[in-house]
Design a binder for this molecule. Structure first.
Ligand code: ASP
Length: 328
């Protein structure tokens, strides 16, 4: 019989389900034309009973949506749930199931707002549950293995996908058809999972989780930040319109965050914060690149992640935005 004093404590993982293709159902064998966010968290779990041998699972259905319908309110609910439950000594870590379209945005928001060193792991799938070789069960299994890994502690929010572990700041969707659709550009994966064995090789370099200034406890929503994508002949009236109805702007500029003289003339006159990012994947923007003195460099953050940092900074009354983009 097990000695309760010496037996290893049973590890509990909180599984927060939000929908996406991992909960998708469609025509048997097909990978397109399915409905994301159809299976409940219990149905997703029933396809991968092996998970129960890794940890006891406490499953919570936060929502069941296509991840393009995720909102700031759902982000805040996720962060508050994690912050509340992280204090429970029986909880080893958290896994979030999510659609791949905006997985990187939820990962980065949580990376800036959860206040725990316990692993918070986000995963999803490219193939719906009804397709041939659905990838959801293995991704979920490996995410749970990472969530109970001691080595994953203190690394910020992680994404686990197709045998690889990514840091929230750099993870991004790079394909809309390939099964290994999640990647991390120049910085790459920080670890791998072989079946259930977890190996880390790197640690995230930017501040996250307990090291950030953001506190979601009093938040119910986020300020409005619009992203403007620059291309040849981009319409400056759209820029003016977005600026009028937004608390801040992010420009997805060309190359090193550049845009036309007409864009420049409008941006120079704006009084709301304007963050300059780039529409290209491999980009680093510094203060020296800026065409307008009243703008802020996003460094290597993608436009969608630069917008999340700006929304949180505005919600928190942060003044030194340029420093935030160098630290987070
Ligand atoms: N449209 C889906 C979603 O993001 C795509 C996926 O999960 O792969 O919810």
């Amino acid at each position: 019989m097990n000695n309760p004093l010496t037996a290893p404590a049973r590890r509990r993982v909180v599984l927060l389900a939000t929908g996406g293709t991992i909960a998708g159902v469609g025509q048997a064998g097909k990978t397109i034309g399915y409905r994301p966010g159809s299976l409940t968290v219990e149905q997703i779990l029933s396809a991968v009973p092996e998970v129960r041998s890794v940890a006891e699972i406490e499953a919570i259905q936060i929502c069941n949506v296509n991840s393009d319908d995720i909102t700031a309110e759902l982000w805040i609910e996720l962060a508050k749930t994690i912050n509340r439950m992280a204090g429970d000594p029986d909880v080893a870590g958290f896994v979030i199931t999510h659609g791949t379209d905006t997985l990187e945005e939820t990962a980065y928001f949580l990376n800036l707002t959860v206040k725990t060193d316990k692993p918070v792991v986000i995963t999803g799938s490219m193939r719906p549950s009804t397709s041939i070789s659905a990838d959801g069960p293995m991704n979920l299994y490996q995410a749970v293995c990472v969530a109970v890994s001691e080595e994953a502690m203190g690394k910020g929010v992680l994404a686990v996908f197709s045998d690889r572990i990514y840091a929230a700041r750099s993870v991004t969707k790079t394909s809309n058809y390939h099964v290994a659709a999640i990647s991390a550009g120049e910085t790459g994966a920080i670890g791998v999972v072989r079946d259930g064995d977890v190996f880390f090789y790197e640690s995230p370099g930017r501040k996250h989780t307990t090291q950030t200034v953001f506190d979601v406890s009093g938040m119910t929503g986020l300020p409005r930040v619009s992203i403007l994508y620059f291309a040849v002949d981009a319409d400056v009236d759209l820029l003016r319109f977005a600026a009028e109805r937004s608390d801040g702007l992010v420009i997805a500029g060309a190359g090193a965050g550049e845009f036309s003289k007409r864009f420049r003339d409008v941006i120079r006159g704006l009084t709301i914060p304007v963050v300059i990012s780039s529409r290209i994947d491999s980009s680093v923007i510094t203060g020296d690149n800026l065409l307008c003195p009243n703008t802020i460099a996003a460094n290597s953050l993608s436009p969608q992640k630069a917008a999340i940092l700006l929304r949180l900074a505005l919600a928190s009354g942060c003044r030194d935005l340029a420093s935030l983009y160098m630290e987070y």
